[in-house]
Every structure is written in C-alpha cells, then in structure tokens.
Ligand binder design. Structure first.
Ligand SMILES: Cc1cc2nc3c(=O)[nH]c(=O)nc-3n(C[C@H](O)[C@H](O)[C@H](O)COP(=O)(O)OP(=O)(O)OC[C@H]3O[C@@H](n4cnc5c(N)ncnc54)[C@H](O)[C@@H]3O)c2cc1C
Length: 415
C-alpha cells in the first residue's frame, strides 16, 4: 500500500522534508510549487512509512485505501509522464554545495549507519566537500530499518537498497563491524548511534521489544530469551512496536515468509492464539497510528483484546497481575514501553531523556562533536523524520566550521 495526498493539501511542504524517499512533489523550488495545486506522492517510490501523514497539518496525506479513488488517481497521474526519481541518488541531484575551506572540517567521522547516520552522510556529500568515514558495529547499513522494521513490511525495507548506494560513494569510507575507537584525525564527528535500549517493567521472564524484534529480524548475536508458549500472550505497550509484536505473534506462516526459516517455524509453531494488548492510559493517549491498528485488526482482529488503564504489578507462571488484583492468564509477557539511548564515552548525557544534550545537533560543550537521529532527539519518529533531523545537524556543523562557507557571500554557493 502507498499513500496519497488529497485536494485539502495546504502545500506547507513539511511532508517533503520528512519523506525518506523524496517521493513528494512538486517540492519547494520545483516548477508548480506554491501555485495553489496540492502536492502529490509518487506511488512508485512511496515505501508506506506514513511520515507524511504523521506530520501533515491538515490531514491530507492518507493511506491509499483510506483515500478517495480520485485522489489516488490524481497522485499517480502527476507522475505518469516522468521516470521515478532515485530518492538518494548522489549524482543527479545537485543542490547548493558548501565548499569547505581553511579550517573547515574535511574529514568527518559518522558513527552509526542507521537512517540518521546515512542521511547525515548524504547531506555531507551533497552540501560539503568533506570526506566521510562511516562506521557501524553491524554488517549491513540501515540500523533499525534492517533490524527493527517488521519483516512483513517489505515495502518499507526497500529503502535499504537506496541506503546502500550512499556507502558506495567515492567520498565515503564504509567500515562495517567497527566501533569508533578514537576520534584523532577527524575534523568533526557525527554520533548517530540510535537509542535502541528497551525500557523494562523489571519482571523476570519479561521479553523486551528490543530483544524480540532483534531476534525476529535476524540481527547478528540476537537470540530469543524466552520460550514461546500459548495460548495467550500479553503485550504491554501502546505504540506501533507493540502492535508489530502482536501482529507477528498472530500471523500465519505465509505472512512470515520473509523471515528466516528458524524464526518462522518458532513463531508459527508457538501455540500463541491470542494477544492481550495493555495500555497504561486510555485509547485517546495511545501512540500507535490508526493504520497500524487497522492492519493488526485485519490480520487478527478477533484474537486481539485491547485493554486500557492497566498497570502490571507482577509476572508469574499464572500470568500478569494488574494493580486491580486481576491476573491475566498468559504464557508470555512482551514489553514495548519505549526505548532510550545510552551514554557515549566522553560526551554529556541527559539520563531523563536518554539523549546527548545538544543545540541543533551540536553537542553541548564538546566542540567538533554532533549528534543526529534518536540519540539527538529521543526514541521517537519514523525513518523520514531522521532526514530533516540529520539535515539540521549538518547545517549546524557547516555553520560552526569556522570559515567553512565560501568567502564573500557567507551563503551557499551553487555548483
Ligand atoms: C521495532 C521498531 C520498528 C520500527 N518500524 C518503523 C517503520 O515501520 N517505519 C518507520 O518509519 N519507522 C520505524 N521505526 C523507527 C525508525 O527505525 C527510527 O526512526 C530510526 O531507525 C532511527 O534512526 P537512527 O539512525 O537514529 O537509529 P538506528 O536505526 O538505531 O541506527 C543506529 C545505528 O548505529 C549503530 N551503532 C550503535 N552504536 C554504535 C557504536 N558504538 N559504533 C558503531 N555503530 C553503532 C547501530 O548498529 C545502528 O546501525 C521503528 C523503530 C523500531 C524500534
């Protein structure tokens, strides 16, 4: 499924900034932008992430199956005469380029090849003359797109092939299976290490989202820390990750086909037939999106029970006990109650928010160090939000690089 924009579009273009695939046009600067017509989504490149719908101030971006057929057709027609744009192509897209000179950063280290690190790298390549060393502790690029996004959403994972093109650029030195051991020789460091550590209820036997998701996505070194046993599981949490977990627990084998055979067999053979989804607050406070809820209901609506205003107090062989005294009989407890970042050696850390304190991406009191993505702003927001976030960080890096902008104008120079 893709998204479409209706005629209610206000053309404020906030969706353009967060679209991970550059699928929304006309964008500011392109012919037709600001002439009163709406913006359109290219159905050939949309990866169904919903970033446009989340940010749209007038609710004009919607999943195609919730849009009027005429709107879906209008979106497709707008692009009918053109080739699909390569979202992250670094050769054909030529925005203004900052020529760094003098003391400006020439060698930049980007730590983490998730969306934030990759968008930061792309932005550095497009806007500066810097050479980028990109490291990640894992093999492949993409971070949580590879090891977080649910495997039954292959359309979203398609962005990985665009990400892979970034690391093949001639000004990028890509170092997989590498953690930064020091920063000597670099003029600036962008830390884009994410915030993938699950908050926990603290009950023995609880399986956290970070553990479960890493296992079903085949992340190196990840294993399932609990035995799966039916017939009922409780998933605590009211965000899209909780819904991913519930949906995959209840999916048939066909829907699980893109997973490894071992994971597929374990899930499909678990005996889990129903899931109780527990929210601490009411449905009006739930963090999941309507489209994610609708998908869960389509896959397994009659086997999911949504419970709100529920506070777990204990987990035992009998099940999950709530503060009301009630015990929900269940064989497994999964928790998806949020993620948080961890401190980075040598940088300040805000334990309350789980982020590195920063000013538009510049780490407070650590010149030359920058942050992007979840470690910068907290564990929230989809793939596309990291694009605008990384752009802001690189803009800050450029503006703080003394004398970095071409002399004379103090403004971007078009190449
Ligand atoms: C379970 C789950 C499902 C999601 N599903 C969707 C979805 O369907 N659609 C959507 O739009 N968004 C989704 N999101 C959100 C999206 O994944 C995030 O917005 C995005 O991944 C955050 O990007 P990031 O680069 O900040 O962090 P990450 O993606 O976590 O990337 C951080 C990278 O840094 C690397 N790293 C960490 N520490 C080090 C180190 N010390 N040295 C070297 N490398 C290091 C990690 O290996 C990783 O590759 C999901 C998130 C989760 C948790």
């Amino acid at each position: 499924m893709t998204y479409a924009i209706s005629g209610e579009c206000c053309s404020d273009a906030s969706c353009v900034a967060v679209c991970p695939m550059n699928s929304i046009h006309p964008s500011p600067g392109e012919p037709g932008f600001g002439t009163g017509a709406s913006l359109f989504i290219d159905p050939r490149t949309c990866i169904d992430c919903g970033a446009c719908a989340d940010i749209c101030p007038v609710d004009a971006a919607k999943p195609a199956d919730e849009s009027a057929p005429a709107d879906v057709a209008r979106n497709a027609e707008y692009f009918a005469a053109s080739e699909p744009l390569d979202a992250l192509d670094l050769d054909s897209w030529r925005p203004p380029t900052y020529e760094l000179w003098g003391g400006g950063p020439r060698r930049v280290l980007v730590v983490g090849a998730g969306p934030a690190g990759l968008y930061a790298t792309r932005e550095l390549l497009l806007r500066t003359t810097a050479e980028v060393t990109l490291v990640d502790r894992f093999d492949g690029v993409g971070g949580l797109v590879r090891y977080g996004v649910a495997p039954d959403h292959p359309q979203t994972k398609q962005i990985l092939s665009s990400f892979e093109r970034i690391v093949r650029h001639e000004r990028v030195r890509w170092r997989p299976r590498t953690e930064a051991a020091g920063f000597e020789g670099y003029d600036a460091v962008v830390h884009a290490v994410g915030a993938y550590h699950s908050r926990r209820l603290g009950f023995a036997g609880e399986c956290t989202a970070a553990e479960f998701v890493a296992w079903y996505n085949g992340r190196p070194g990840a294993s399932l820390p609990v035995e799966l046993g039916g017939p009922r599981a409780v998933v605590v949490g009211n965000g899209n990750v909780a819904l991913d977990i519930a949906r995959l627990l209840l999916s048939d084998e066909d829907r699980l086909r893109s997973m490894s055979p071992a994971v597929r067999r374990t899930l499909a053979g678990s005996g889990i037939k129903e899931v109780v989804l527990l929210g601490r607050r009411g449905p009006e406070n739930a963090a999941y999106t309507q489209s994610a809820l609708q998908e869960l209901m389509t896959v397994a609506g009659d086997r999911v029970e949504l419970r709100y205003h529920a506070r777990p107090t204990a987990w035992s062989a009998d099940g999950l006990t709530l503060d009301t005294g009630e015990t929900i009989a269940a064989g497994n407890l999964f928790t998806a109650i949020g993620f948080e970042g961890r401190p980075i050696d040598g940088l300040p850390f805000d334990p309350e928010r789980g982020v590195v304190p920063n000013d538009r991406g510049a780490v407070v009191d650590r010149p030359g160090h920058y942050v992007a993505g979840w470690i910068k702003r907290g564990a929230r927001g989809g793939i596309g939000v990291n694009k605008a976030c990384a752009q802001e960080t690189v803009q800050t890096l450029v503006s703080r690089s003394r004398g970095a902008v071409s002399p004379g104008s103090g403004s971007p120079r078009c190449s």
